[in-house]
Structures are given as C-alpha cells and as structure tokens.
Write a protein that binds this ligand. Structure first.
Ligand code: 9D3
Length: 248
C-alpha cells in the first residue's frame, strides 16, 4: 500500500507516522508514505493556497488549483492503477473498520487530502476526489489527524505488519464488540482490589468463556448500538444472558 498525503503541514504527518506500528511498517517497506505540500504548487509571489469565500463570511477556503496540481503530480509520478483520492472533512462519511477494510482490498494507493481553514473549494471535491471521509461528529482543526488515523488503521490490516502476538486476527476476533478487561501483576492492590480469580486458574476454556462474557456484557452496557445488528452465536447469546442475569 502507498499513501500520498496532500497537506500544508507535511511534518505533522511524517513525524507522527514514524512512531510505533506505522513507523515499523514504513521502515520494513510494507507501506510507503510521501507528503506533498500544496504550497509547492503555487505560482504567485505570496504562494497563496487559500482565498476568501465567495458570498462572504469569515474564514478562508483552500484554492482548487494548488490541490489539483499536487494530485496530478502524484498521479503522473507514480501511475498506479488502483488509486483513490479521498478528502478529509467534517462533511465526509464517518469512517469505520468495514469501510477501511473494504478500501484495502480495492486499492493499492490512497491519495489523502487534508483540508485546513473553513474548507476546500467544492469543485475540487466534486471533480478530483472519489470520496469524502470524516472522523466523526466533532470538530478538529484540519484533516491531518484524520489522515493519520486512516494510515494507522489501514496499516494494521496489511499482512505482515502486526506480529503474531497482537495480530489483526486478534483484532477481528472481537470484531464489532468491545474488548474484555485486562489485568497484570500484582495480583492484589490494597487501593484497587484483586484480579478476578478465574484468570489465575490456568483453565484456558474457563478464561476464554469469562473473557467473552465480559466483552459481551460491557458492549451491552456501554455500546448497545453495536449489538443491534450484530449476529451473536448461540454460545454468545447464552453468555450475554448470564451476564444480564448476574447484573440484576
Ligand atoms: C462552521 C463550520 N465548520 C464545519 C463544521 C467549520 C470547520 C471546522 C473544522 C471547517 C473545517 C474544519 C476542519 N476539520 C477537518 O478538516 C476535519 C474533520 C473534523 O473537523 N471533524 C471530523 N473529521 C474531520 S476530517 C477533517
């Protein structure tokens, strides 16, 4: 997978992506990341990437031409067949795991356009972008953090990126439900209590059963919306019923 990011703050993207799982994946050439600054595609003496909004009102709008020329440059340089241009904005469709896993099967290159200011000239979104994505219903200051979230989440899905220990299988095993609680040493904390007994039992079947029950129970408590369309196995149904009964 290749990520080509169009951003006015290139270092925000390259620096943040250089840590942890994404950083290793880049080092190991499992993903490629380049960032392109729209300011490098301006021709006026002030190198303007934004201008006032037609119709008036506060805030500046990102100009069509520097963004379109940056995207053209990426496409002409690399000529990758299965490429999508995605722009990040509060008006986009909210991303989720299934949108991202569908994307990785369809595409070898993502061109991610990070908006700044009040937004991007709508004609760029209509004619250059294939889709418009959002992080969700809250306001942040620009698209870069959205770009980083997408790069991180997609990189985790690439075979060979995660070790066997915390593999993508582990992630998808608990697909659509919340994770169970976790504990580490010491066994007892005077201020905070002790570790659930079953986890010390060495009975792996009982432990797996307890973990699934806790995962289902807290999903029911905290995120009932996730269970609404989720098909549970007969075993999961029984475990959740047990959990609910014990709560009452
Ligand atoms: C007054 C209207 N605002 C739009 C709802 C102005 C505005 C706020 C923030 C315009 C652009 C931005 C910058 N945000 C993003 O570029 C952004 C974003 C977000 O704010 N929330 C969730 N996902 C994303 S992805 C990019």
């Amino acid at each position: 997978m290749r990520f080509d990011v169009i951003s006015l703050f290139p270092e925000m993207v390259t620096k943040a992506a250089s840590y942890g799982v994404t950083g290793k994946a880049i080092e190991n050439k499992l993903v490629a990341l380049s960032v392109w600054n729209p300011r490098d595609y301006t021709h006026d003496k002030h190198r303007s990437v934004d201008d006032r909004s037609y119709g008036g009102g506060p805030g500046m709008v990102m100009k069509y031409q520097p963004l379109a020329d940056a995207v053209d440059d990426v496409k002409n340089n690399l000529k990758i067949k299965n490429c999508k241009v995605i722009c990040l904005s509060p008006q986009g469709k909210p991303i989720n795991q299934s949108l991202l896993s569908a994307t990785i099967t369809e595409v070898d290159q993502l061109i991610l356009v990070a908006g700044r200011y009040e937004g991007i000239d709508e004609r760029f979104i209509e004619t250059v972008c294939d889709d418009e994505w959002s992080l969700g219903d809250y306001i942040i200051s620009g698209g870069e953090l959205g770009v980083l979230v997408i790069i991180d989440a997609i990189t985790r899905l690439i075979p060979g990126v995660l070790g066997d220990e915390n593999s993508a299988k582990q992630d998808s095993y608990s697909d659509g439900i919340l994770d169970c609680p976790h504990y580490t040493r010491p066994e007892q904390l005077v201020q905070a209590g002790s570790v659930p007994k079953v986890l010390l039992s060495g009975n792996h079947a009982e432990i797996a059963r307890w973990r699934m029950k806790q995962a289902l129970g807290r999903t029911w408590h905290r995120r009932a919306d996730l269970l609404k369309y989720k098909k549970l196995t007969a075993m999961q149904d029984a475990l959740l019923e047990e959990f609910k009964f014990e709560v009452k």
